[in-house]
Design a protein around this ligand. Sequence first.
Ligand code: KG4
Ligand code: ZN
Length: 358
Amino acid sequence: MLILGIETTCDETAAAVVERREDGSGRILSDVIHSQISDHAPFGGVVPEIAARAHVELLDGIVVRAMTKAKIGFADLNGVAAAAGPGLIGGVIVGLTTAKAIALVHRLPLLAVNHLEAHALTPRLVSPLAFPYLLFLASGGHTQLVAVQGVGSYIRLGTTVDDAIGEAFDKIAKLLGLPYPGGPHVEQAAALGNGERFALPRPMLGRADANFSLSGLKTAVRQVAERNTPLTRAMVNDLCAGFQAAVIDSTVDRLQAGIRLFADRVGILPTALVAAGGVAANAAIRSALEGVAADADVPLMLPPPNLCTDNGAMIAWAGAERLALGLEDAMETAPRARWRLDEAAAVPQKFVNTRANF
Ligand code: KG4
Ligand code: ZN
């Protein structure tokens, strides 16, 4: 089965062709990606209107390149998948509409993929991985702990009540005068710093739920920074080290709670702890994940970095997994800015009457 996948939910314009074989294994025939980072860097974050316009300009060419690299024609495809959300709505409209046009013209099934579901299923593209497993998704837009029970069967065990982890790294970088996107720069500075110089809070420690919160930590870093202006290079390094150490302590505790919740809700231990999202590129966080997995006696699976961050192959693969089960989508399917992976997931009590995005 050959599927074309399109990803346009944030600041990457991407298209890929992926094969799914009878035995459930996968192969990437092409994976073309254009990152818009340089378009957004002057603004210190993704500007939705700039992103949507760039997707409009780039996507046709990226799809053609993906097809050419895969050395196939549209007639060879078995389906067309696009991320139909959640994400910045302008970009989602561009990707989904393009996929619909290709599907209509070439009479192919349409797969309207949930971007989060694509992150959740992508580990199975690279190696055999049985359900149920625990996904830790940590990117600029999402922090999620999900029990992946099967295609279309997800239990969200935890999420962030404020900033996503990558978003917090980006905000701390901005605050301390480091470039965008901040994660890698904070990590580099942290490697040179003393994480114990400034006392910083460890959010959410010891709570029975598996939710995350980073806004209190971010405020604490800002207050220390303001008290110490002008900041020396050494202080910036120490603050980055302190921030990263606090994020790691909190993350380890939240993952341990997540594994306990998994066992309660699913009835067995996960077959693996799987990490995805740009934050999983952080070496200190990766080694903390190794510790959590070893303590729980669960294997850790880290997909290759290019599949952890947003890409077209993950959308194509999720489309293939869905099509293999006969789950194609109607042409009327609407793009969605918000789309919970687990529609039944409860909103944390404190937020039931707010517009907070869970
Ligand atoms: O998954 P991703 O490439 O894109 C989306 O957000 O969808 O994740 C990007 C995020 C950014 O917030 C970036 O700062 C963060 O991942 N990130 C990191 C590191 N590399 C990327 N955060 C911490 N440490 C890193 N080394
Ligand atoms: Zn993503």
